[in-house]
Design a protein around this ligand. Structure first.
Ligand code: HEM
Length: 552
């Protein structure tokens, strides 16, 4: 049969197809597509395929639709080993659970081919994150530029001092509210025990704290929570009508996290379905309002900075200490970046990521610490003894004390080992093929690093399920293999907020735990974590008690 005949037969066949048959052919193709690519990859002589389950039609792997991705990753590694493979997000998704195999992916080299976290997905564009900020930025020159200024903005001693001061202020406010709740007998429904939602309090706390640290805006989340639940005498009819700017921003950011999860995890072809369309429209509205709010806010700050610097130029006797501009993260971003004179648009995503990456992560970490300490009172006692001996029962904490809180830091590290906020992180290279162990993967493979699984692997941690802060004392950095403990990731895309977070959390633990102790209301329940982009605490009920301090 010649070529023309073949074309003729094909065109006749296509002409005879009706809409239903075409639909069936398309669906049939989509149904078998994962198998075609699966069997093709098995026969490709250039590359290898790691063990893993057969893909499912349409979705590739069930955990996209059901269950917790982090938990499913955990089970996959337990079943298939240190390197295993599934289909996810339309990509070959290789899960790695052995720190010895992470050298290339976690490379600290500026020329690493793994500077991207994930491939471009439609949701990233919708969120404006594919070319902005850090987290999902795929534009490498832009990401480098942002990363440099993000990191520099977090490091000046004046910034760290100010953020410690703001954290202490928020702790003092929290302590005052909790004292009021405990002292107020009307709230006491459980005999001598006061039952609180610790997750809600810490969420409000980190929101106020990050509001101050990032943009100098006090959000009043703690006050709102206290007044709503405990201070019934305050009747605020204007509450819904006249939200403070801080509270409006806080609510927008809360919705933003949901928008982020929506656009990242719901495939684009579903956005226009009737029952999802409304949600999509709502989240687009949230993104627009948030952008409008941030641009206005950044413009105002820029004006203040510019007018102060032109006054300073005119006034040679100027005293810098009289500056009205707070040295918070936003000011740092604007002033450190002066040579390139950043526009509000350049900066807004960095500011947004400071909030979104800083509040939920800290809340979950604080709750996991409270959970573990309430189950291990002897460890809590030892931590509080250290806090009291280094700082005393009432003195304010300053940065010079923090390095002496060695056991407190070990408690923090051990909690992050057992409950890492980011149990899986990703690396991706569209450019090169990658050799991992005995497997060779093509470009465009998505590598998922199974941090949560590695943290509980008996090969690297003796009695891995045991809460034992002692493993983080002494020369632990030499004892634990490279990359086996990675609560902040590693390499060029590791967490730029690491030092800042460690400092903040230690300040919070030292300030709060010398005043209060928490007991779980349901001690037999597991920690309620839900994984979306990170592990988020969904509920934590505790009895709160004032700590009885030893009399001097
Ligand atoms: C307990 C607190 C925190 C934990 C456990 C945490 C953990 C992490 C982890 C595991 C990553 C991914 C690292 C990798 O892939 O190698 C990350 C990335 C990131 N974190 Fe954090 N983080 C915390 C707090 C913060 C704070 C306070 C900020 C902001 C000041 C922040 C900003 C970021 C940003 C911007 C990235 C993306 C970096 C990039 O892609 O270049 N994080 N974080």
């Amino acid at each position: 049969m010649d070529y023309n005949n073949l074309l003729h037969i094909l065109s006749k066949l296509i002409g005879s197809l009706n809409f239903i048959s075409i639909l069936f052919i398309i669906l049939g193709y989509l149904f078998i597509r994962p198998y075609i690519s699966y069997f093709k990859s098995l026969r490709d002589p250039q590359y290898t395929r790691a063990p893993g389950p057969l893909p499912l039609p349409f979705i590739g792997y069930l955990s996209i639709l059901f269950g917790d991705i982090a938990e499913n990753n955990f089970k996959l590694s337990a079943k298939y080993g240190d390197v295993c493979e599934i289909e996810m997000f339309g990509y070959r998704y290789v899960l790695i659970s052995n720190p010895k195999l992470l050298g290339d992916l976690f490379s600290p080299s500026v020329n690493s081919p793994f500077l991207r976290r994930m491939p471009l997905m439609p949701g990233f564009k919708e969120l404006g994150m594919d070319k902005e900020g850090l987290l999902l930025n795929l534009d490498i020159p832009k990401w480098r530029h942002n990363r440099k200024f993000f990191q520099q903005s977090l490091s000046p001693p004046s910034f760290l001092e100010l953020s410690t001061k703001y954290t202490r202020e928020c702790c003092e406010e929290l302590i005052e509210h909790w004292n009021n709740i405990i002292d107020n007998k009307h709230n006491n429904k459980h005999g001598n025990k006061i039952n609180i939602r610790l997750d809600k309090w810490y969420r409000a706390f980190t929101s106020d704290m990050m509001g101050l640290v990032a943009a100098g805006s006090k959000e009043d989340s703690l006050k709102v929570l206290y007044n709503d639940k405990y201070n019934k005498t305050v009747i605020d009819n204007t509450k819904e009508k006249n939200l403070s700017e801080g509270e409006t921003y806080r609510r927008l950011r809360e919705d933003y996290i949901n928008a982020l999860n929506f656009f990242v995890f719901i495939p684009k072809f579903l956005w226009n379905l009737p029952f999802i369309q409304g949600q999509c429209k709502f989240y687009r509205g949230v993104l627009d309002s948030l952008t409008e709010f941030e641009i206005k806010f950044i413009k105002e700050r820029k004006q203040v900075i510019n007018s102060e610097s032109s006054n300073n130029d005119n006034n040679k006797n100027n005293n810098k200490n009289n500056s009205k501009v707070r040295p918070d993260f936003l000011t740092m971003l604007l002033t450190m970046n002066k040579d390139s004179d950043p526009t509000p648009d350049d900066i807004k995503q960095n500011l947004r990521e400071m909030f979104s990456a800083g509040t939920g992560t800290t809340t979950t970490t604080l709750c996991s610490i409270a959970y573990l300490l309430s189950k291990h009172p002897e460890i809590e006692k030892r931590m509080v003894e250290e806090i009291l001996s280094v700082i005393g029962p009432n003195n304010p904490i300053d940065s010079s004390n923090l390095s002496k809180l060695v056991y407190t830091e070990a408690v923090l590290n051990e909690s992050m080992r057992l409950y890492p906020v980011v149990p899986v992180t990703y690396r991706f290279s569209p450019e090169i093929s990658t050799q991992i162990d005995k497997y060779r993967f093509p470009p465009d493979t998505l590598f998922a690093i199974n941090l949560g699984h590695i943290h509980r692997d008996a090969r690297y941690f003796k009695d891995p399920e045991k809460f034992n802060p002692d493993r983080f004392l002494g020369n632990w950095r030499e004892d634990i293999p490279n990359y086996a403990f990675s609560p902040f990731g590693h390499g060029m895309r590791s967490c730029p907020g690491k030092n800042f977070s460690m400092t903040e959390i230690k300040v919070i633990l030292a300030t709060i735990y010398r005043k209060f102790t928490f007991k779980l209301v349901n001690p037999n329940e597991p920690l309620h974590l839900q994984f979306a982009a990170v592990n988020d605490i969904t509920k934590m009920e505790v009895y709160i008690e004032k700590r009885e301090l030893p009399q001097n």
